[in-house]
Design a protein around this ligand. Structure first.
Ligand code: NI
Ligand code: MN
Length: 236
């Protein structure tokens, strides 16, 4: 059985985009690539009301629909300062800039910004700051780690020790991020027992699969690698 609290819904909209519906009734979108996301089912392309939007980094496949969705839904929008300033120049309001190591409270949840080993250019070629991830602490203390795009890095052990995530949303596609073997090492360092794979299958080069991760992580007793289809929801 999935180990998430009653009332929490985690919906994968494809690629690195997730919609959280929290136990407290808040709606949080992570990495707003929705209308342009070929993996997102058509009937999920209206994300509904939003209380908060968290952006890991400025590559198009993470920020592609941020401006349009933010203007339409007016959530609080969390990102690293350089990306936040760019969003402000595009007319996005309710911006919450932060940086790695810090924690902000938005819409009743706490977002800790973590390191990621990746690049970060905005769609127009300007500098977006650095790529990041988040540990998101929900109203009841349950914590999700969305790593953003990243290679594996040994300080994931610190994220595990200091922030103690319960669930990890990790890229496994390879090519632009870590693949399954590295992701299995990430799971060991984080100490999580539930993993939702992401950033695979969207494009042919993103070759890693959840079964590859299961095989690489076969030594970890009790680990659950959750199989979601794009549009699919864990919890309810
Ligand atoms: Ni990226
Ligand atoms: Mn990406």
């Amino acid at each position: 059985m999935p180990r998430i609290p009653d009332g929490l819904k985690i919906t994968w909209l494809g690629h690195a985009t997730f919609l959280l519906e929290t136990q407290g009734g808040k709606r949080v979108l992570i990495d707003p690539w929705v209308m342009g996301n070929p993996a997102c089912p058509d009937d999920r392309k209206d994300v509904g009301d939003l209380d908060a939007m968290l952006i890991t980094h400025a590559h198009f496949d993470h920020i592609g629909d941020a401006v349009e969705i933010a203007r339409d839904k007016t959530p609080q929008v969390v990102s690293i300062p350089e990306t936040s300033h760019w969003l402000g120049d595009k007319g996005v309001e309710n911006l919450v800039e932060m940086n790695k190591g810090g924690t902000v409270e938005v819409a009743g949840i706490r977002a800790h910004m973590t390191h990621a080993v990746h690049s970060c250019g905005l769609p127009d070629g300007s500098y977006g700051g650095e790529a990041a991830g988040y540990v998101i602490e929900l109203e009841d203390g349950f914590k999700l780690y969305h790593s953003g795009d990243t290679a594996v890095f040994s300080d994931m052990a610190l994220i595990g020790k200091l922030l103690e995530p319960d669930v990890a949303l990790l890229p496994i596609g390879d090519h632009y991020t870590m693949g399954p073997r590295s992701a299995a090492e990430a799971v060991r360092m984080l100490g999580v027992k539930t993993v939702i794979p992401m950033h695979f299958g969207t494009f042919p080069v993103l070759v890693g699969t959840p079964d590859d991760l299961r095989r690489e992580a076969g030594d970890m007793d009790g680990l659950e690698v959750v199989d979601l289809e794009p549009g699919g929801t864990l919890g309810g």
